[in-house]
Structures are given as C-alpha cells and as structure tokens.
Design a protein around this ligand. Sequence first.
Ligand code: ADP
Length: 255
Amino acid sequence: VINDDIFLARVLNINGKRVIHFQDITPFELYKQAKKDFVSNVSHELKTPITVLKGVVETVEKEEDINVIKDFLKKAKKRIQQMDSLINDLLILAKLESKEEKIQKKKIKLKALINQTFEDLQHIASEKNITLKNNISSNFTVPVDEKKFSILLKNLIENAIKYNKQNGIVEINVKKSENYAEISVVDTGIGIPKDSLPLIFERFYRVDKSRSRNVGGTGLGLSIVKHITEAHNGKVEVKSEVGKGSEFIVKIPLE
Ligand code: ADP
C-alpha cells in the first residue's frame, strides 16, 4: 500500500531478467469495499422493519383488544410500505446499472409530464398544504426516456415536498442555456447543510436518518436521479440554504 493506493507486485522473468511488475489494483479494492458497504446497508435497512414486524406479530397474537390490534397493524403497514419502497428503488438501481435497458429518447412535453407527477404526489402535498407550481410553457419539449425521466422528476419533486415546511411552495422552472435544458426544482423547505451537499447523491446517505425514514425515504432517491441524469449525458447540481430551501438543477442535452 503506497499513499492509500494498493498495488499487486509480481516477479516476472523477461528475457532472462527478473522484473518486478506493479499493478495498481486500487479501483478493484474500492469496488470490493463499495460492494461490502452496499450489502451491509441493504441488510440494515431491511432488518429494522423486520424487527418491528416480528414485534407486531407477537403482540397481535396475544392481544384481544381490537383497537390495540388495529394500532399495531397500522405500524406493520408503515413498515411494509418502507420495505416495498426500498425493494422498488433497488430494482430501479439494478436495472440502471446493468445497462440492459437502453435509454429510449423521444421528444417529451415537459409540462404534461410534470403535471402528471404533481397529480401522483398531490396527496402528500395536501397533507402539508404545499402549493405545486408548474412554470413551464406548454410546448417546451426535452429529448428524454419518458419512463426513466418521470422517475427522476418524481424523486426530486417528492423530496421537495417531503423536506418542505407547512404551507411551503414547490416550483418547477426551465431555461435553455447553450445546448442544454436546465430543469430546476425549487422548494421552500428545511435546506441542506453545506458539508452534506457533496454526499447527498451517495446511496443511503441522509442528512437526518430518522426524519428521512419518517417521511418514507429509502436514501436511494438522489442516487437514482444522478444515474438517470448521467444516462442522458446530463448533469445534476444542487444549491441550498439551511432554513430557506433547496434548488436541484438537472441539465439535459437538447440534441
Ligand atoms: P431519502 O429517501 O432519504 O429522501 P434521497 O437520496 O432522495 O433519500 O435524499 C438523500 C438526503 O438528502 C435526504 O435524506 C435528505 O436529508 C436530503 N434531501 C434531499 N432532497 C432534499 C430537499 N429538497 N430538501 C432538503 N433535504 C433534501
């Protein structure tokens, strides 16, 4: 190991001379570590709801009061939804990483796609009386894979709602710059601390683990956003101020 890099040394015999050959295997080691971390993260994320479910089943078995039983079943339902979201996100990531499904770009009307996403998320926005604003003109089109891009929009807009305040606002804007469409999702929420900004696109990273779980987060949403953006040869950026809100900007090439 030299300065955190890992080399594999081999002694070779070349034309009668002994040569020491060093191969840099750092990426492979990092890959092995990332794989280990991933498996341990997934196991941990599944272990917690399963422990709760075990407790619920044991209590319900012995309990006779129907109201207590109903209360416990509510808890079980929440944990089942949590595992369901995690498995869904893992399947989306696995598909994106296997590259087995190619990106199928078509010119999509952005306003309509966002309106559809707003409709799907209206129930969680209403819980906190959040206003959803779609500021995109009706005929603006972007060349994207409709299915994947709608997952990206859903993840960003859902976060903008989940980490927002009561009576907050979520606004979607778009502008053309050079050969890119810059789609921005702005919220008036809790914001993200500066030192967390470089980490939020990492799998399972959350600023506040218990808050994220409470609002139904898997910790995978933004890494899916990053994957989908990069699959379109685009870039995603974030600006945020604690207590004021955040802005996520997705830059998608227009050609
Ligand atoms: P999660 O499922 O926990 O929401 P994500 O990958 O979507 O996971 O986001 C990672 C973390 O980034 C979240 O747990 C949250 O702490 C932070 N975050 C993401 N979007 C926002 C936002 N719009 N406002 C404030 N914090 C956010």
